[in-house]
Design a protein around this ligand. Structure first.
Ligand SMILES: NC(=O)C1=CN([C@@H]2O[C@H](COP(=O)(O)OP(=O)(O)OC[C@H]3O[C@@H](n4cnc5c(N)ncnc54)[C@H](OP(=O)(O)O)[C@@H]3O)[C@@H](O)[C@H]2O)C=CC1
Ligand SMILES: O=C(O)CCC(=O)C(=O)O
Ligand SMILES: [Mg+2]
Length: 419
């Protein structure tokens, strides 16, 4: 297959999808990467260097990743004549099944819609999976960061986050407000003359497919509970429905039974016989509970906007978004990406922590079954941190630490991989 601007390497093979939707990973897979805007230029090359080193140490040339640069964001706009998310990029990400991207800029309050959100919607990457764990030695604002060990399953395609909104005073906003008042009997719009309007679509199918993935993850990894986080007391037919549909799918697809008369439920893990509690909590209470009782929570299933807030809040508890990884997944496609954004004030300074993107690539290696290389990445990161050789975000909170640049931190990680 050939593309207009993307150059397909001749020395690699495509990852393919089997009939059961599992991935068929060749020994030298071609993996597309998007450098990303802002600090993408700093972290992406370091991620590639670290991952290449781990794979080489683990497999001594028998396996390797063949990277293929693909474009989105500001770099794409220069190459594709003003297009920020070219059709070709979406084609490449689909065709090659597994890919990784740096962060992309979204202007606030106007301009284009989020490229990140658009990509998730276009490719139907409906799961945003963000694990949150603490590495020994990482400075944290809480006393017991080791108690925070969760994985967020954030619905990635719906909710107010989908970007269906109209500007205050526009003809479209006036039309929607008129419809709401005159045809739907809405009386609660306080200042209807200058009111922006946003729509929050939350579907049963969208909620249940996400919640199924969260429960399946708990089963596969023998985890003790899945918590549905919602604001269903206020947004009854969207967030409240998410909770109801969650308990429903737990019952219908996983045989959940009421726990002590409900509403919480339990299922028996068919792989281990252990109980998994399916519970729910209202989002504001959850945000205080993750600080007070983090050990009570394991797998989190939540809506798109809640998931966005919760990801950064939980990341802060274990050292910040400099080491918060993530993956966007669809039916037979995965795009790995860090939790953080483009941090524009640091762009091009070789300063920021590449850990989030490296750990996102570590998730990718693990999903590919390249466990030995993934373990080396973890060992390298853990070693560099224990040795107190870290980037500015950790160094400013760690007494006696040695300050490293982005690229130096990458080299420190490689040095601590003991194959
Ligand atoms: N998936 C994506 O592509 C995402 C894109 N964005 C976009 O990124 C842009 C900037 O957003 P902003 O709100 O500033 O959020 P960012 O996540 O880009 O940065 C916020 C702060 O987090 C810290 N930080 C972020 N990345 C790192 C890192 N790698 N190492 C160490 N510290 C880090 C810095 O803190 P400090 O100042 O304390 O040093 C930084 O100022 C926006 O256009 C936004 O839309 C945002 C989130 C996700
Ligand atoms: O798309 C963006 O600019 C922000 C996305 C974001 O914050 C996230 O997905 O966590
Ligand atoms: Mg975010």
């Amino acid at each position: 297959m050939s593309y207009n601007k993307v150059i397909v390497p001749i020395n690699g093979e495509k990852i393919t999808v089997n009939a059961d939707l599992s991935f068929n990973i060749p020994n030298h897979p071609i993996i597309p990467f998007i450098e990303g805007d802002g600090i993408g230029v700093d972290i992406t090359p370091v991620m590639i260097e670290v991952i290449d080193a781990a794979v080489e140490k683990a497999y001594k040339g028998k396996k390797s990743i063949v990277w293929m640069e693909t474009y989105c964001g500001e770099k794409a706009s220069k190459i594709y004549d003003g297009e920020f998310m070219p059709e070709e990029t979406l084609d490449v990400l689909c065709d090659y099944v597994i890919s990784i991207k740096g962060p992309l800029t979204t202007p606030v309050g106007g301009g284009m819609r989020s490229l990140n959100v658009a990509m998730r919607q276009e490719l139907d990457l409906y799961v945003c999976q963000r694990p949150v764990r603490w590495f020994e030695g990482v400075p944290s604002p809480v006393q017991h960061p080791e108690l925070t060990d969760m994985i967020i399953f954030r619905e990635n395609s719906e909710d107010i986050y989908a970007g269906i909104e109209w500007k205050a005073g526009s003809e479209d906003a006036k039309k929607v407000i008129k419809f709401l008042k005159e045809e739907m009997g809405v009386t609660q719009i306080r200042f209807s003359e200058d009111c922006g309007i946003g729509i929050k679509p939350v579907s049963k199918e969208g909620s249940q497919r996400l919640i199924c993935k969260a429960i399946q993850h708990a089963i596969d990894n023998d985890l003790p509970n899945v918590t549905l986080v919602h604001k269903g007391n206020i947004m009854k037919f969207t967030e409240g429905a998410f909770k109801e549909w969650g308990y429903e799918v737990a019952t219908e697809c996983f045989g959940a039974q009421l726990l002590d008369g409900g509403p919480w439920m339990t299922i028996t893990n068919p792989k281990t016989g252990h109980k998994i509690v399916i519970k729910d909590v209202i989002a504001d209470a959850f945000l205080q509970q993750i600080l007070m009782r983090p050990a009570d929570y394991s797998v989190i299933a939540t809506l798109n906007l809640n998931g966005d807030y919760i990801s950064d809040a939980l990341a802060a508890q274990v050292g910040g978004i400099g080491i918060a990884p993530g993956a966007n997944k669809g039916v037979a496609i995965a795009v790995y990406e860090a939790t953080h954004g483009t941090a524009p004030k640091y762009a091009g300074q070789n300063k920021v922590n590449p850990g989030s993107l490296i750990l996102s690539a570590e998730m990718m290696l693990r999903d590919m079954g390249w466990t030995k290389a993934a373990d080396l990445v973890i060992e390298g990161i853990q070693g560099a941190i224990k040795n107190k050789t870290v980037t500015y975000d950790f160094e400013r909170l760690m007494p006696d630490a040695t300050l490293l640049s982005t690229s130096e931190f990458g080299k420190a990680i490689i040095k601590h991989m003991n194959a």
